[in-house]
Design a protein around this ligand. Structure first.
Ligand SMILES: [Zn+2]
Length: 390
């Protein structure tokens, strides 16, 4: 059984240890069991620590059947360096540990504030390298989230002490604390004075000021409650830097002040919509002229570079210039068959299906579908259909 070293606040960054067992977990991964460890194993929705054993990189740490496994790359070199009985110095990746502690401790304050204000419980927590989510069993509005965010940051800047302790039996009876599940082994409580008291076994910052700041970057309704995406400290700083850079570039492109980019984009969108509207009108006028320029024929065939809606409009125009029917084909091989003279379109559609693999259908004087065939083939086939069935 591996002895777990003190993980109150910061674990020691380095510690001496001995390899007790070495397992091949799969083709790529070895599991190293140590006599003692200060690595935090994956658990409670949080990824494990990274670091080194000697000069072998520890990718993650997890517990399987009560055994703490330090996961390293499976190769000849590591097998040689981590032989059972080897004494070595282990080192925890401080950057990752500190970032995880910031996110995790921030989550405690957030959950404490939400619980105090609204009575909702934290029913799910996920902390990976990519994102941090917290699920509450009640619905939080945008206003609620704003208020919570403000109070959480006030608590962070108060630089309150984060106290970790193992309560006596008397304290266990007396104290009211949050707990996500039944705790096995000794009860470890994490207290942020005046904000939160929660059963938890993970590492935390020593004072809330170390969290820096917390922001809710996204929220969604989730199973009758609310899922919040949060960022704290170093991750928040990196995220903010990236988004500010995006905004800086947008502001330069629009010649807008950095705090006025949204107003400019809104105006740009309105201008774009007005231009689109105008463009549709002009296109329709052009199509009208194009149709009028056609001599009246049995079959009008037109290939147009237009969308589905404009295609239907064009079919109406061209049908007026056809004694039998019109066939107009637009983007992606979409087509409309239309007649203004009661011509039976069913046999035409059948021909297109049989000879050109067309799909589609319809009733009466308008049919729609899609076809992928060359223009000349379609032209010959359609003109023949117009004459044959007159
Ligand atoms: Zn915790």
């Amino acid at each position: 059984m591996t002895k777990q070293l003190d993980t109150l606040h910061f674990a020691p960054e380095t510690f001496e240890c001995e390899v007790k067992e070495l397992y091949t977990l799969d083709e790529d991964t070895l599991g190293v069991v140590l006599d003692r460890t200060a690595f935090f194993p994956m658990g409670g929705g949080q990824s494990g620590d990274c670091g080194t054993l000697g000069d072998c990189y520890v990718e993650n740490v997890e517990t399987r059947d009560g055994t703490i496994l330090h996961l390293v790359k499976n190769c000849e070199e590591t097998v040689g360096k981590l032989a059972v009985g080897t004494h070595l110095t282990a080192k925890i990746d401080r950057n990752k540990r500190f970032s995880d502690m910031q996110q995790h401790s921030g989550e405690h304050i957030l959950s404490g504030v939400v619980h105090r204000l609204y009575g909702f419980r934290n029913v799910g927590f996920h902390l990976s390298d990519r994102e941090v989510t917290v699920d509450f069993d009640g619905v939080l509005s945008e206003n609620d989230i704003c208020k919570v965010e403000y109070l959480v940051n006030e608590a962070i800047w108060d630089d309150r002490e984060v106290r970790v302790f193992f309560p006596t039996d008397e304290e266990k009876e007396r104290l009211s604390y949050r707990s996500k599940k039944q705790v096995d082994g000794p009860l470890r409580l994490v207290e942020i004075a005046g904000i939160d008291l929660c059963a938890c076994c993970a590492p935390h910052v020593r004072h809330t000021g170390e969290i820096g700041a917390l922001r809710v970057i996204k929220s969604e309704k989730n199973k009758g409650g609310t899922r919040l995406w949060i960022l704290c400290g170093k991750r928040l700083f990196a995220d903010t830097r990236e988004k500010l850079e995006q905004n800086r570039q947008i502001s330069t492109m629009l010649s807008a002040k950095q705090n006025e980019t949204a107003v400019f984009v809104q105006k740009l969108k309105a201008d774009h919509a007005a231009l689109q509207y105008e463009l549709v009108g002009v296109r329709r006028q052009l199509l009208g002229l194009q149709a009028e320029a056609q001599p009246v024929r049995d079959v009008q065939v037109a290939f147009l570079d237009v969308d589905a809606e404009t295609l239907r409009y064009a079919a109406g125009l061209f049908a007026g210039r056809a004694r039998a029917f019109t066939f107009v084909c637009g983007e992606g091989g979409n087509f409309v068959l239309q007649t203004d003279t009661g011509f039976d379109l069913q046999p035409v559609m059948q021909l297109l299906r049989t000879h050109c693999g067309a799909r589609g259908g319809g009733r009466g004087n308008v049919m729609q579908g899609s076809v992928h065939a060359d223009k000349a083939t379609l032209q010959v086939l359609l003109e023949a259909a117009g004459q044959k069935d007159q």
